[in-house]
Design a protein around this ligand. Structure first.
Ligand code: CP
Length: 361
């Protein structure tokens, strides 16, 4: 059956000229999310649906019968995990999500082990993957590469969906999905994410998770965002422009102490010095933002601390056992929301709903 891929209707030069936010409709098939590449493509209804589907899937997985049902859902599909940059959580949570849903998987975690060393282009390499696999989950050091691959594959006779598992300094949309899922669960009993004050702290200039999450938070009325960083590591003007466009309130500051008692969530990040060209991060300190036992005393009892991880010293280990430390749960939430996304892409979500409804009867 021929399915209508929006990317088939546009030439590469015309697509490449579009602003990022204008690209979102092109990542759909038959009006449904198909490629998952940028946060801007996810609206509020989609976010609510992903959270619901993740929770239903994790509840079904609690029994042996439920797990066997889930493992049969995508047993005829295969996924390629192509990680051209290091990863622990994103790789393993996608791998685990595939295992939960019965997808067989293959992996390339180092381009030096592929025929790219013989001069094969990354585009050809991914096209080869599409000959063997039904889904490509891809981390790549260059922003926008996933868009190019999605366009390329959508215009072959074997279009397969592409998920962005982290692209350069630019986007990490599935991390943003798990961050939203964690916030939604954390604030379930206190009015949801709407109206909450959320501080982003650390290296905001090069933190792709912060960028992707900031876009998603525009979907929640009344939120106020605080960007806490030294001037050299402050959030990009493009993100602030996007917040202005959606009427989201924000403050940009280099001090955490005065705002901390008001915050409902604090999203910590490490220095992203892998992007340094000449060790420039060495002269920039973010130690004054460290969350430790002393700082915890100044936070609300209902506040939560998030971190995409890996961490260095921005959160003291003594904080790990505090009920407000949500970063370990974030890790596990990632597996369930990624399973939900894969279910959505392959249109198996209705089967999960039916099983869940039967379970609840
Ligand atoms: N949060 C995150 O992307 O972690 P990894 O780099 O380990 O995948």
């Amino acid at each position: 059956m021929n399915r209508a891929h929006a990317l088939q209707g546009i030439s590469w030069p015309d697509f490449d000229r579009l602003e990022i936010g204008e690209r979102a409709p092109y990542f759909q098939r038959d009006g449904r999310q198909y490629h998952a590449l940028i946060s801007q493509q996810f609206d509020r209804a989609f976010l609510d649906r992903m959270c619901e589907l993740a929770t239903r899937t994790r509840k079904i997985a609690k029994t042996r019968g439920g797990m066997l049902f889930l493992q049969g859902l995508l047993a005829e599909k295969r996924a390629m995990l192509y990680f051209a940059q290091p990863s622990t959580r994103t790789f393993l949570s996608f791998l685990s999500a595939c295992q939960i849903l019965g997808l067989q998987s293959g992996e390339v975690r180092d381009s030096k082990t592929s025929s790219e060393v013989k001069g094969e282009s990354p585009e050809d390499t991914v096209r080869i993957f599409s000959s063997y696999y039904d889904l490509i989950i891809m981390r790549y050091p260059e922003g926008g590469f996933g868009d190019r691959i999605a366009w390329l594959l959508s215009n072959t006779d074997r279009p397969v969906p592409v998920i962005n598992a982290g692209s350069g300094k630019d986007q990490h949309p599935t991390q943003a999905l798990l961050d939203i899922y964690t916030l939604q669960r954390s604030f379930e009993a206190i009015g949801g994410i709407e109206g909450k004050k959320i501080a982003f702290v650390g290296d905001l200039a090069r933190g792709r998770t912060v960028r992707s999450l900031a876009y998603l938070l525009t979907r929640y009325p009344g939120v106020k965002l605080y960007f806490v960083a030294p001037e050299q590591l402050q959030i990009g003007e493009d993100i602030l422009a996007s917040l202005d466009e959606y009427g989201v309130s924000y403050e940009v500051t280099d001090t955490l102490t005065p705002i901390l008692p008001e915050m409902d969530a604090v999203y910590m990040t490490r220095i992203q010095d892998e992007w340094d060209t000449a060790g420039e991060s060495r002269s920039i300190g973010i130690d004054e933002y460290i969350i430790d036992a002393d700082r915890l005393q100044h936070m609300k009892e209902t506040a939560v601390i998030l971190h995409p991880l890996p961490r260095r010293n921005e959160i003291a280990v003594e904080v790990d056992s505090d009920p407000r430390a949500m970063y370990w749960r974030q890790v596990r939430n990632g597996m369930w929301i990624r399973a939900a996304l894969i279910l959505h892409i392959f249109e198996r979500d209705a089967e999960v709903d039916r099983y869940f409804d039967d379970l609840m009867r």
